[in-house]
Design a protein around this ligand. Structure first.
Ligand code: SF4
Ligand code: SF4
Length: 312
């Protein structure tokens, strides 16, 4: 059944793998090991501890496996009117579709296998990159992002608990992408020096994403060069520079525009309940409402950078 599902999903652009549910514990152990060996920043580790959930969901079905699916995920261009200009800013893949796309994928899988035969429950809080790598779906790039053959790294990984039988023992060694052997494009493009050529894991606490997404400080640390900022949330630099993503960087959609007044409200971090409902809807359509508490800080950094460019 899994082979058939893989073939059918492949026709629709998805890549799919499966691991036995017995490896759920291994995922947890692996995260603990990374932390124990000093490869994880303590703040990131404590955030992830709260985010990951390695408990099986309550269901009357006998869960036997985890099905892992990779899908292309678009970069989103959002426009902000500011000081007489229409400024396009980008939001990297996955921020838009991380909660909607898995539901679509589940629906499609159920249609393909026949909903009455097998069951799928979204596993929303697993370390999906690690799961993809261990299930053989992808390999790690030097930038610690998972690359799936044919799709590159501008992807979303979704996971589903299932009673679909698992006849393989997929649990492959973590591998680095072969193309990384003679390439340092991500190392040289990283604006904060987070990718260390001599180390397998990046220095997460130096990564822009750590500071503009996880880290709740009102201002960025002084050591971050203001010209580094490039995304509304997250960072695209190492993925755009990667030759393995060449074919996929054009997967960009344009969504939403904030007028001058709305942009000012975002920068001022006006209370959400004081925002017009039309503006809240825009934030929700972009999935930016969940990042609202630091959107002001990130936006200011990007718009200030824009102003600097215009002066030079
Ligand atoms: S830019 Fe080069 S080194 Fe970095 S992930 Fe891509 S192929 Fe690997
Ligand atoms: S996401 Fe940005 S800051 Fe983080 S490693 Fe990649 S290029 Fe560097």
């Amino acid at each position: 059944m899994i082979e058939l599902l893989q073939q059918e999903m492949l026709k629709e652009g998805y890549r799919l793998s499966q691991v036995s549910i017995e490896h759920l514990k291994d995922l947890e152990t692996e995260i603990e090991k990374l932390n124990h060996n000093g490869y994880m920043d303590k703040n990131l580790y404590s955030w992830l501890k709260g985010y990951y959930n390695f408990s099986l969901p309550e269901t009357k079905h006998n869960i036997t496996s985890i099905v892992v699916v990779a899908s292309l995920s678009p970069t989103v261009k959002v426009f902000f009117r500011w000081k007489g200009k229409r400024i396009p800013l980008i939001m990297p893949p996955t921020y838009l579709d991380f909660d909607r796309e898995p539901k679509e994928i589940k629906k499609r899988i159920c249609e393909l296998v026949g909903i009455s035969n097998y069951h799928f429950v979204e596993a929303a809080n697993l370390p999906n990159k690690l799961l993809a790598a261990r299930s053989g779906l992808g390999v790690y790039g030097r930038n610690n992002i998972v690359y799936v053959p044919g799709l590159g790294s501008l992807i979303l990984i979704s996971a589903f608990y299932s009673d679909l039988p698992c006849n393989n023992n997929n649990w492959v060694e973590i591998q680095r992408m072969k193309s990384c052997e003679k390439c340092v494009a991500c190392v040289t493009s990283c604006p904060t020096g987070a990718i260390l050529p001599e180390r397998f894991t990046i220095k997460a606490e130096s990564c822009l994403t750590y500071h503009n997404e996880f880290w709740g400080e009102p201002d960025f640390p002084e050591w971050i060069d203001p010209s580094s900022h490039n995304s509304i949330v997250g960072c695209m630099k190492c993925q755009i520079a990667c030759p393995q993503n060449k074919e996929h960087t054009k997967n960009v959609i344009e969504l939403e525009e904030f007028n001058d007044e709305e942009t000012a409200a975002l920068i001022e971090k006006r209370a959400v309940e004081d925002l017009p409902s039309s503006m809240v809807s825009k934030l929700e359509r972009l999935n930016l409402h969940i990042h609202y508490h630091y959107l002001s800080r990130n936006l200011k950094a990007l718009l200030e950078k824009e102003a600097l460019w215009n002066l030079s």
